[in-house]
Design a protein around this ligand. Structure first.
Ligand code: ZN
Length: 447
């Protein structure tokens, strides 16, 4: 929707760049060409909204939201955006975190006030509205348009607006803020890249633990396909089959973070895994499906491990998966920002990064054997769900629900079986090497 003026050739890319806010700095060269967001309403009318780049990222005045039927109230550094008495979004000026009906989400950049107007990152309209309210909003990156339905329909339940807990779209995690204050990296023994590379087959013969985490669940459906396929269902279907696949493996204990449709806080998942693993060697596998409504052609599978996100894409996916971080709005007060404190805790799982990367590579290799989509490779990001899992851990994005064809595949029972076999195979292969058998710190079995 943002349409960079027609003189600029790569409109689509620029539009995305704006939405993702990463290349905004590069837009300086487009001097004098103010990008514009085109809003198309259901009644056929449309209007152009000026996009501000004053802060180095794309933002629009909150009056755009007012025009779309939202109520915007600013007070004391807070910005409350509500619709039809149904949806309440609480933002704070200068914070990229916000709450959508109590769920903490994260944008790439923060809302701000300039002069007498307040601004929200364009990303709120280009990513979050379409993702959270797919029946009402659609953002076509290529054509640079935001299609907007009548928000009043939410009151009547008219729009299949799917008020979802889908997790925020895009949005880079502000790595500078989230990144742990861990110094460089203890280029030490068993977890160094070198050690992982050289690791001999494991000689450990005690019980190993595999923690299988089906992403999302309960009130958090995760991403949604246009036809309504829910990420949480795909994740659970595959997770249950991974467990089945692994059940016969000797000396392997299987822990499921959830084995039904329940909500588990993202931060809790890693803690549960760490407790369950105890002193034994173990790994953590979190199963997800991706979504990128602004680029519906995107498809394929990728596996993340916990580390600094290096690219905009990685930051975007990290932000999606980090939301919702918590479901308990009542216990936290957004006015004080208290609810955000937990986000800034130290990330302590970096020590396992190389083993996690190794595991991620195995998963990608196995998935590649049958997956119809492209292999998007091993990625890294600051992922909340992996943060507290003190063991090699990965997050698998099995494919894109936002891609119609891939969504159909993700919904197939055959696919669930094959994906599960692939993941199980990767787990078994990983444990053939982990803990390493070269004497560099294989954990003592605790029982
Ligand atoms: Zn997910």
């Amino acid at each position: 929707m943002i349409r960079a003026s027609r003189a600029r050739p790569a409109t689509g890319r620029i539009a995305f760049a704006l939405a993702a806010c990463s290349y905004a700095a590069g837009l300086g060269e487009a001097a004098g060409q103010q990008p514009v967001l085109t809003v198309e309403r259901e009644d056929g009318s449309s209007s152009n909204v000026t996009v501000s780049l004053d802060r180095g990222f794309a933002a629009v005045g909150t009056d755009v939201l007012t025009d779309l039927g939202w109520t915007v109230v600013e007070s004391g550094g807070g910005l409350t955006i509500s619709a039809a008495g149904e949806i309440h979004v609480a933002m704070r000026l200068s914070s990229p975190f916000f709450r959508w009906d109590g769920v903490v989400l994260q944008m790439t950049d923060a809302p701000y006030r300039a002069g007498r107007r307040s601004y929200v990152p364009l990303q709120f309209l280009s990513d979050f509205l379409p993702r959270r309210l797919p029946g009402l909003y659609d953002f076509a990156d290529e054509s640079g348009r935001l299609r907007a339905g009548d928000v009043a329909l939410l009151a009547t339940g008219g729009a299949s607006a799917g008020v979802t807990g889908g997790g925020g779209e895009s949005g880079a995690t502000p790595t500078a803020d989230l990144a742990p204050t861990v110094d460089a990296e203890p280029a030490l023994d068993p977890n160094s890249a070198e050690a992982v590379r050289l690791a001999r087959p494991s000689t450990y013969d005690g019980t190993r633990v595999v923690v299988i985490d089906a992403g999302h669940g309960g009130e958090d459906p995760g991403s949604l396909s246009q036809s309504g396929i829910r990420e949480k269902d795909v994740a659970l279907a595959v997770a249950l089959r991974v467990a089945e696949e692994l059940r016969g493996v000797e000396d392997l204990e299987i822990v499921m973070i959830r084995d039904d449709d329940t909500f588990v806080d993202v931060w809790e998942r890693g803690l549960i895994a760490t407790r369950a693993k105890g002193e034994r060697p173990g790994l953590f596998v979190s199963i997800h499906a991706n979504s990128f409504p602004a680029r519906r052609e995107a498809r394929g599978f990728e596996t993340y491990f916990l580390s600094d996100a290096r690219t905009e894409h990685e930051r975007r996916v990290s932000a999606i998966e980090n939301a919702p971080m918590s479901r308990n709005p009542a216990s936290r007060d957004s006015e004080t920002g208290e609810d955000l404190d937990f986000i800034f805790r130290d990330l302590t799982n970096y020590d396992h990064a190389h083993w996690s990367e190794d595991l991620a590579a195995l998963v990608q290799e196995e998935l590649d054997d049958f997956h119809p989509g492209p292999n998007r490779g091993v990625k890294q990001g600051v992922l909340a769900v992996l943060t507290n899992a003190l063991m090699p851990s990965v997050l698998i994005e099995l494919g894109y629900l936002s891609n119609q064809a891939e969504a159909r595949v993700l919904n197939e029972s055959d696919f669930h079986d094959q994906a599960a076999e692939a993941i199980a195979e990767a787990v078994v292969r990983f444990f053939e090497r982990y803990p390493p058998g070269n004497g560099t710190g294989a954990p003592e079995p605790s029982r």
